[in-house]
Structure formats: structure tokens, C-alpha cells
Design a protein around this ligand. Structure first.
Ligand code: PEP
Ligand code: MN
Length: 272
């Protein structure tokens, strides 16, 4: 079935709130924070610095703090995340800074726990077609950001979104995060095409994760420019106080200086 035929028939583009942030509105959204919530200090330091850079210095407040609690790792020997403890630390960082917070859930059994702590949940690329998870999220009542699997067509992605929408959840957004192509210089190939396509065929906001396709930090600001210039409703970007020491995705996370330079440039270009 072509899901863009059934997806939210009629009506205009969808927009919704996550705490103070607006998703799918006029102003682009910035979802920023570390790949993983590693300890209470690093997530609070990240939240406080992001607030300083964006809200206090640039006057930009459409922001959500991200942080992984359960991590989908390729190797079972890699850091798997701190689970519920990480959610407590993330919530505390959000409360102390006023930033709304979001995390990834992989297991349907964790949806209820996550919903107690965070303002929104994202579904990672590897779980785009985890239908028990999607059905559980549809009932949880929290806004959901659905990442595209790196081997999925747009229709398959929209059909997964339909699982969320079919049960009456309206606060759903899509995140493009790169697909597998013949590109050995970056981690994935960012499919910019989907930005205008999604806007044409669905009513859902489209955000672009500019970190996971890049795989290394020097590429990230360029992908952010491309995403916003193509009309994305926002970007997701991994930021860490000391990226080289990060327990996951060390090479692609921006430090605070790089993040500030990037967002300043985006502001100057009128993209943010
Ligand atoms: C992440 O956002 O930390 C992540 C694991 O992303 P993806 O699911 O897109 O690989
Ligand atoms: Mn990551």
C-alpha cells in the first residue's frame, strides 16, 4: 500500500509543541545533545552550554535537548547506555535549564518508563519497522520522531509513521539520517531529496539528523546548511563537552566551539 495516500488525508501541515519548542512551525527546530547520556555532569554541562549559546547569546529558543539512554550499538561489547538512570539525569538537566528533552526507545517494554521522564521520544533507524514498538508508542501519548532506516524507501518510512498515526497520535515528525549508498568517505549518504518529497506527499514535519550521515565532525556544518536550505523543519546534531572522550560516536560529535560557530553561521545565512 502507498502510505502517502492514507497518511493524514486533508488538512494543512502538522505542527506541535514539545515543551516550549515548536516542531513543524515557521522557525526551524534544533535538536542537540550528546549521542549518549554518560553521567549527570556531562548532560547538565551540555544542557547549560547549549542554553547559553542558543538562548542567551543568539536569542534562539526553539531547541530540544537529546540524549541516548538505551543505545543501539553494532557490537554487543560497545557501551549500551545507562538506561533509566540516564533518563533521570536527562530530566534533571532539562528541568534545571528549561530545555525540553528527548531520548530513544528500542524496546516496547521501555516505552512507559521513558514516557515518565521525557517530553518526546525518537525511534532510531534500526527500529523503524519494529512494529510492536510503534504500536506501543502510538498509545503512550508522547510526541514521536521517527528516523528513516538506512535501507528503507520513503513509502516504507511513511507506512511506519502510519502505525503511529493510525491509533490517533498526531504529534509525529520524521527524521532523515542518511542511507547506505556507494559512499566510502562518509558514514551514510544524506538523502536531501526526501526533504521536499516528504513536504509534498505528507503533512508531517521533516527534520534532518546531520551527525549520523557525516560520521566525522568536519562534515556536519555542511550537511546542516544543505538540510535547512532544502527546507527541512529543523536539524538534529550531536554535541558533547569533550567529543574525543565520548563513549559512543566520538568522531562525529561537535564540541561547544564548533557547535556555536555552526549555528552562528546558519543564523548569518538566514537559515536558522
Ligand atoms: C542516535 O541518534 O544516536 C542514533 C543511534 O541514530 P540512528 O538511529 O539514526 O543510527
Ligand atoms: Mn549517535
Amino acid at each position: 500500500m502507498d502510505c502517502w495516500r492514507v497518511l493524514h488525508k486533508g488538512g494543512g501541515p502538522i505542527s506541535f509543541r514539545v515543551g516550549r519548542a515548536v516542531v513543524g512551525g515557521e522557525e526551524p527546530l534544533v535538536i542537540a545533545g550528546p549521542c549518549s547520556v554518560e553521567n549527570p555532569d556531562m548532560i547538565l554541562e551540555t544542557a547549560a552550554t547549549l542554553k547559553q549559546i542558543l538562548v542567551d547569546r543568539l536569542g534562539f529558543s526553539n531547541v530540544i535537548l537529546r540524549g541516548g539512554a538505551w543505545k543501539p550499538r553494532t557490537s554487543p561489547y560497545s557501551f549500551q547506555g545507562h538506561g533509566e538512570k540516564a533518563l533521570e539525569w536527562l530530566r534533571e538537566a532539562g528541568d534545571k535549564t528549561g530545555l525540553p528533552v528527548m531520548t530513544e526507545v528500542m524496546d516496547p517494554r521501555d516505552v512507559g518508563t521513558a514516557a515518565e521522564y521525557v517530553d518526546a521520544i525518537w525511534v532510531g533507524a534500526r527500529n523503524m519497522q519494529n512494529t510492536p514498538l510503534l504500536k506501543e508508542l502510538a498509545k503512550a501519548g508522547k510526541p514521536v520522531f521517527l528516523k528513516r532506516h538506512f535501507g528503507s524507501t520513503i513509502n516504507e518510512w511513511l507506512c511506519s509513521a502510519e502505525y503511529l498515526l493510525a491509533d490517533g497520535l498526531e504529534e509525529v515528525a520524521l527524521i532523515e539520517r542518511g542511507i547506505r549508498c556507494i559512499n566510502e568517505y562518509a558514514r551514510f549518504s544524506l538523502d536531501i531529496t526526501v526533504v521536499p518529497v516528504v513536504k509534498e506527499v505528507s503533512r508531517l514535519p521533516i527534520i534532518v539528523d546531520v551527525s549520523h550521515p557525516a560520521g566525522r565532525r568536519s562534515l556536519v556544518p555542511w550537511l546542516a546548511r544543505a538540510a535547512l536550505a532544502a527546507g527541512a523543519h529543523g536539524i538534529m546534531v550531536e554535541v558533547h563537552p569533550r567529543p574525543d572522550e565520548a563513549l559512543s560516536d566520538a568522531k562525529q560529535q561537535l564540541d561547544f566551539r564548533m557547535f556555536e560557530t555552526m549555528v552562528k553561521e546558519l543564523r548569518e545565512m538566514g537559515l536558522l
